[in-house]
Design a protein. Structure first.
Length: 818
């Protein structure tokens, strides 16, 4: 029983969840109030005197006692209440200890003055005995007439708390308990209310005192107040009181006054008050919102100086807003202006989670109270969309999308409204990526590419300037959908994250077929043209190889070529170059991986011509001289040179002049750095076998490399090392074997072509005899690199055999240096 009593002290009814963790925060600004409506004046701060007056009037309104009409009703109820049965009442109060003051006072009331004088004289003679008489009198007055206080209380031990516990359990007479319960319930309820007021005043007064013991105050609160709440449930369950009487009792319940305790140490009480107020408001919305005006107290906690209290109060307010009770919302609607104004003050808070909760409450309010969400509220939340905190910004973005969706019936209308807001001010227009980043997760409309392109961008009935705004929104939405981030992002990770292939296919299917129409629509606006071309750079064409799109790719390529020739905009040229590179890598190069036919040679010829034309055009202007159009993908490089080797160099059925032309073109592409310089090694490996056909072209390549020191020795070393690695893959290398000796004697082209060892030997000898390798400096660099490679592993020792031809060309002093 004692354990149950202690458990009931830990939380007051109605029962709530566990109290969350808490923390302190700096104080926040106070809020002015209006007496009549209890609303908050946020914007008007011109008259400070009027503001302070409003604060006082509103606080008085919140703290005012219950209406006189309600008090009269309760008095009438008490009058009509069941009369007290006095049978046996005197016997319960009759004195039983003849040596006590209680016995003398009750039996000799006329001698009260002499009794007091005798007590005073006794106290002067023996303070301990006089004190014991007074304590016995108090015990007798409480109904413990069989208890002798001198037997249980010891002065030297000071065990008063133990005595009180025994009085609560062991010494309370059963008949006295029954009488007291009935008497308190039906006769002394008003006296209890007075005691509550006195105690709360005492609590509020002493918690301000810096020397007060907060722990003792909290213990007193638990023992005095929370037990009485249990008593309230007891009498309510037995139907001893009616609902208005409960309203009176709860009006004076601790949370109404404890919610205003100014001591910072008591913030847990204030937070608990907020949680329990919501419970009572849910049970009796009319009483606590309208008649008792507890909603005002709850709003006061929203702007509390303590961060934990503010957060708890906002969570409590959110429960009211998201409640499914129509009865509650019917009453809340009468105070919705007060509710929204106080919540809106937390749009900006030292704790961003509190601000997120405030905005989330407004998002929930859209479904029932959208008419009460004023323009000022909406603008305040829209500005938060651009906040540096991404989570807070996304919460504001969810509100905006939810509100626009409630006001617009179609995707087109929502997108037009969103574009209007995005470019409402010049500052907003410069931060469109932040808007998209905040809203796109909650707006499927921003990713409905068909609707945006067909129903908005290509619809001439819509004003052109509006369509430009929609295009910029679409560009940022596509970037976010395909790369995972906008052009300006609040993410700490600045790298793009690959998205699923379906996303790329959806964008391509919506944009590619209409790209020409979009270019014609915005052909006079460079910024819009940049947006359109930039959209293509986001698409991974590896995922978009549908045959239905192939004709449109040709149209796009023609458009890009015309734009490139006519524009002078640096950004547009750079984007076109990027797209051109993508086309070469993802589209044309893969088509070369087909069967040998005339079309493949035309494609190969076109690839080389395009790179030459673009490269020469860029070199003409100094500001574009450093632009490089690269084929970075390894697969594309392999396909390109595989076609060159099998279809050009080794294809003896093709006329020699055409083969020489194609080899010269690919060499020019390498000079433009479209592919890495080491790709020349794929050509130089045929230097000795096809010298008669391509010797002049290959010598020109070597001469060009000699001009870019140390490109020549590096490339020759790379060529020889790659061939040597192929030999190692086929097994151990033994230069002195009989098979190798026989191959050396037979110097036919057939043997050289099919034996990699002999091929490497003759290639080394041929390269060592070229004019470009007459330079002692280049030869010395090559020999040093070859020795480093050979001695890096025992398996590479045989490589020295193939380098001997270069060593022979060195002079004696160079040999010693090597």
């Amino acid at each position: 029983k004692e354990r149950e009593s202690e458990q009931s002290k830990t939380t007051s009814t109605p029962r709530t969840g566990n109290t969350p963790a808490f923390s302190l925060s700096p104080s926040i600004s106070s809020i002015s109030h209006n007496e009549d409506s209890m609303e908050v004046d946020i914007s008007d701060a011109e008259n400070s005197n009027e503001s302070s007056s409003n604060i006082r009037s509103t606080l008085e309104d919140i703290e005012s006692p219950m209406d006189e009409s309600t008090t009269d009703d309760i008095q009438r109820l008490l009058t009509k209440a069941k009369s007290i049965k006095w049978t046996g009442f005197w016997s319960s109060l009759k004195p039983k200890n003849k040596n006590s003051l209680y016995f003398r006072i009750m039996t000799e009331p006329a001698d009260a003055e002499s009794i007091v004088v005798d007590l005073f004289n006794l106290y002067n003679r023996n303070p301990e005995e006089g004190t014991m008489l007074i304590l016995q009198l108090l015990v007798d007055l409480c109904g413990y007439k069989k208890l002798s206080i001198d037997k249980v209380y010891k002065f030297e031990q000071g065990n008063s708390k133990d005595v009180v516990k025994m009085m609560e359990s062991d010494f309370l007479e059963p008949e006295l308990r029954t009488v007291i319960d009935s008497f308190i319930a039906l006769k002394f309820l008003t006296a209890l209310v007075t005691l509550y007021k006195q105690f709360l005043a005492f609590l509020q007064e002493h918690t301000v005192d810096e020397n007060s013991n907060t722990v003792e105050i909290l213990d007193e609160r638990k023992s005095t107040i929370e037990n009485s709440i249990d008593f309230l449930y007891l009498i309510y369950d037995k139907n001893w009181l009616v609902l208005p009487l409960i309203a009176l009792f709860i009006k004076l319940k601790y949370f109404v006054s404890c919610s205003l305790i100014p001591d910072k140490k008591c913030y847990i009480i204030r937070a608990k008050c907020a949680q329990e107020m919501v419970q009572w408001i849910n049970l009796f919305p009319e009483i606590f919102i309208i008649k008792r005006r507890c909603l005002g107290r709850l709003m006061k906690l929203i702007v509390d100086h303590n961060e934990f209290v503010r957060k708890t109060a906002l969570c409590a307010c959110a429960k009211l807003m998201t409640s499914s009770s129509d009865e509650l919302h019917n009453e809340l609607k009468k105070r919705i202006e007060l509710y929204l104004k106080f919540v809106s003050t937390r749009f900006i808070d030292t704790n961003y989670k509190i601000a997120m909760k405030a905005i989330a409450i407004f998002t929930a309010a859209i479904y029932r109270y959208s008419d009460h969400i004023t323009k000022e509220y909406k603008m305040s939340i829209i500005q938060i969309i651009y906040n540096k905190n991404l989570l807070l910004a996304k919460t504001a973005g969810k509100f905006l999308v939810t509100y626009l969706r409630s006001q617009n019936r179609s995707d087109e209308q929502l997108l037009l409204s969103l574009s209007k807001i995005a470019f409402l001010t010049r500052e907003f227009g410069e931060r469109v990526p932040f808007l998209v980043e905040s809203c796109i997760e909650f707006s499927n409309e921003l990713q409905n590419w068909n609707v945006i392109v067909i129903n908005l961008l290509l619809k001439h009935e819509i004003e052109l300037n509006t369509r430009k705004h929609v295009l910029e929104l679409m560009k940022e939405s596509i970037r976010y959908s395909l790369t995972g981030r906008c052009s300006k992002s609040r993410h700490f990770i600045q790298e793009d994250s690959p998205q699923p292939a379906d996303e790329h296919i959806a964008v391509a299917d919506s944009i590619i077929p209409h790209f020409e129409g979009l270019v014609l629509t915005f052909q006079n606006d460079k910024k819009c043209l940049n947006h359109l071309v930039e959209i293509l750079t986001f698409i991974n064409f590896n995922h978009c190889r549908s045959k239905n799109l192939n004709p449109y790719y040709t149209e796009i390529f023609v458009l890009l070529k015309e734009l490139f020739q006519t524009t002078t905009d640096k950004i547009l040229i750079e984007n076109i170059c990027t797209i051109f590179s993508w086309f070469c890598e993802k589209q044309i190069c893969y088509r070369l991986n087909a069967n040998l036919n005339v079309l493949l040679f035309q494609i190969f010829d076109s690839v080389c011509d395009f790179y030459q034309i673009f490269g020469k055009e860029l070199k003409r202007k100094r500001q574009f001289a450093n632009f490089i159009i690269e084929i970075n993908e390894i697969n594309s490089q392999e396909i390109l040179f595989k076609f060159l080797i099998h279809s050009v160099i080794e294809n003896t059925t093709l006329p020699l002049t055409q083969r020489q032309k194609y080899l010269s073109k690919i060499a020019d592409v390498i000079y433009l750095k479209a592919v890495p310089l080491d790709c020349f090694s794929k050509i130089l490996r045929f230097y000795h076998t096809h010298y008669e056909e391509f010797g002049e072209i290959m010598n020109n390549i070597l001469n060009q490399l000699q001009l870019n020191n140390p490109a020549l020795p590096l490339l020759i070393m790379h060529t020889l090392a790659e061939i040597y690695k192929r030999i190692r893959e086929q097994g151990p290398i033994n230069i002195l074997s009989e098979q190798s000796k026989q191959l050396k004697v037979k110097k036919s082209k057939h043997v050289i072509k099919h034996c990699i060892v002999i091929m490497l030997q003759f290639l080394s000898k041929k390269l060592a005899q070229t004019k470009v390798m007459k330079s002692q400096n280049d030869t010395l660099k090559l020999v040093n690199m070859a020795m480093s490679f050979a001695f890096s592993s025992e398996q590479n020792y045989p490589f020295l055999y193939f380098i001997r031809y270069f060593v022979r060309t060195l002079k004696e002093d160079a040999k010693s240096d090597a």
